[in-house]
Design a protein around this ligand. Structure first.
Ligand SMILES: Nc1ncnc2c1ncn2[C@@H]1O[C@H](COP(=O)(O)OP(=O)(O)O)[C@@H](O)[C@H]1O
Ligand SMILES: [Mg+2]
Length: 479
């Protein structure tokens, strides 16, 4: 039998949306078959989960492991032609391999295994451990799997209106924070997340590796960023109207989202280690903020005139009495929120991609998440205006008015989000050792500034025409 070659996978990786290393020089250095799932016709003859190691040859270097499930057929399947990977010679015949995420007959094998796990909490197939969360709803094995379209760093498959399975692409040994946090929030019956139904793991070189997560499908969900952008578009269609009168006000939604985040944070604080740290922690945080700024100044010289103000802010952080830390989301923005008919839901607790799991699960300040949301609200009008029209096509007066309206939208959304969040966590905590209003503000401003500095670097490298968004935010930061 011929083997899958590194070249075939290198080519395939370059065409996927989930491969993080596009644009970097890389090669596939190792291909391991982890486990095999088999079914009956019309299923593929076999579906093999591969672990593919990618090695980078740029200055940064390093390796990454990716999960690639491939289903194999004796003939070319036209319907999943877009997911075709390669053809292999085998026993005088040809085997056609497809990315199994796009193959509903292959995905039915995953679902079947999760159904089989209902009774005993787990099902074992060729070393794969399909695990179910106790007390979950029974699943129908006849549900049809279809892959989600859209920008994603992993691959998700929905099973009709019932469940969604996220197949992690970049994988590493250890507990995936997305599974770990969803498990606890599901046990805590937190409303503002999608309930966890189960997950899939396997042992690789003596360590557990988590490969997929099965969750409640939120059938009425709209993407938070899209919803916010729609609201801004409505507003900008007639910028002579005030935000309140335009039908494009987002303040109420923002407030409810603030409450949802407070609920999630309160449960994370109860169910994971949380503590108040002293001056060691505030000093370390201050140094980390300064280090990020040092690095950014090398990439974005436009930040230079802000640096004295930012450094003063970061020095004040070092003087704070203490720092409350707990488990947090770690990568929160409007694109990680969904609005359902029952309220807001927060998704994707994997944390900051690119950092090791062990680091991502360390306690951190919840204000980092709050800052992520505030920055996200600020991006919405900027993104809408940049994607709206050719700037030369509109009259200047209108454009100024639009800019002012956009700012007003974002200020209202941020203020209401923050107000509702703060009120909800104060209610949950009760009075007591809560930091003063001034201390909170200072810490939040520092995280907001840090996030904007990070964005400035990102935009400089990836979308230079967008850099005005974080730069304007830094200039306006009232510190
Ligand atoms: N439980 C769910 N129900 C419905 N849609 C979901 C659910 N979870 C995620 N999604 C959709 O899938 C997208 C990607 O999910 P996410 O968990 O953020 O994956 P990734 O880790 O690849 O970013 C979300 O933006 C959302 O549109
Ligand atoms: Mg996401």
């Amino acid at each position: 039998m011929t083997e899958i070659t590194p070249e075939v996978l290198e080519d395939y990786f370059g065409r996927t949306r989930w491969f993080a290393g596009k644009g970097r020089p890389f090669r596939v250095s190792r291909i391991r078959a982890l486990a095999e799932l088999r079914g009956e016709h019309p299923n593929p003859d076999s579906t093999v989960i591969h672990l593919v190691t990618v090695e980078y040859s740029d200055a940064e270097g390093g390796t990454e492991d990716y999960q690639v499930p491939l289903s194999s057929y004796g003939e070319y399947i036209e319907q999943i032609g877009h997911a075709f990977v390669t053809a292999l010679e085998h026993d005088g015949g040809t085997r056609y391999l497809f990315d199994a995420v796009h193959d509903r007959y292959a995905m039915a094998l995953w679902l079947r295994a999760f159904v089989d796990a209902e009774e005993n909490g787990e099902a074992l197939i060729d070393g794969l451990r399909f695990r179910r969360v106790p007390g979950g709803e029974p699943l129908d094995p006849a549900l049809r799997g279809s892959p989600l379209s859209g920008e994603q760093s992993n691959s998700s498959v929905r099973f009709d209106d019932t469940a969604i399975m996220k197949i992690f692409r970049k994988v590493s040994p250890g507990v995936n924070p997305d599974i770990e946090i969803h498990a606890e929030l599901t046990r805590g019956a937190v409303e503002s997340v999608a309930a966890l139904y189960g997950w899939l793991e396997i042992e690789v070189d003596g360590e557990v590796m988590q490969l997929a997560m099965l969750q409640e499908f939120l059938r009425t969900a709209s993407d938070g960023f899209e919803l916010a952008a729609g609201s801004v578009r409505t507003l900008l269609a007639d910028p002579t109207q005030s935000v309140e009168d335009s039908g494009g006000d987002f303040a109420g939604e923002a407030a409810r989202l603030g409450e949802a985040l407070a609920q999630v944070h309160a449960t994370l604080r109860e169910r994971f280690p949380a503590e108040t740290r002293g001056s060691d922690a505030t000093g370390a945080l201050s140094r980390a903020l300064n280090a990020r700024l040092d690095h950014a100044l090398g990439v974005v010289p436009e930040l230079e005139w802000q640096s004295a103000r930012l450094r003063a802010l970061y020095s004040a952080v070092a003087e704070l009495d203490g720092l409350d830390v707990q488990r947090v989301h770690g990568d929160l923005h409007l694109g990680q929120t969904l609005r359902t008919s029952h309220g807001w839901r927060i998704v994707d607790f994997e944390g900051e991609p690119g950092r090791p799991f062990a680091e991502r699960s360390l306690p951190d300040s919840p204000w980092r998440d709050v800052a992520g949301m505030l920055r996200s609200f600020d991006y919405v009008p900027g993104v809408v205006r940049l994607s709206r029209v050719n700037p030369g096509d509109v009259a200047d007066d209108d454009e100024h008015l639009r800019e002012a309206r956009g700012k007003e939208w974002s200020q209202r959304a941020r203020a209401r989000f923050l107000e509702a969040y703060t009120a909800a966590i104060d209610a949950a905590e009760g009075e007591g050792s809560a930091p003063t209003e001034h201390e909170r503000r200072l810490l939040l401003d520092a995280y907001v500034a840090d996030k904007a500095v990070y964005e400035a670097v990102y935009e400089k490298r990836n979308r230079p025409t967008w850099i005005g968004i974080p730069l304007a935010a830094l200039a306006e930061l009232d510190v």
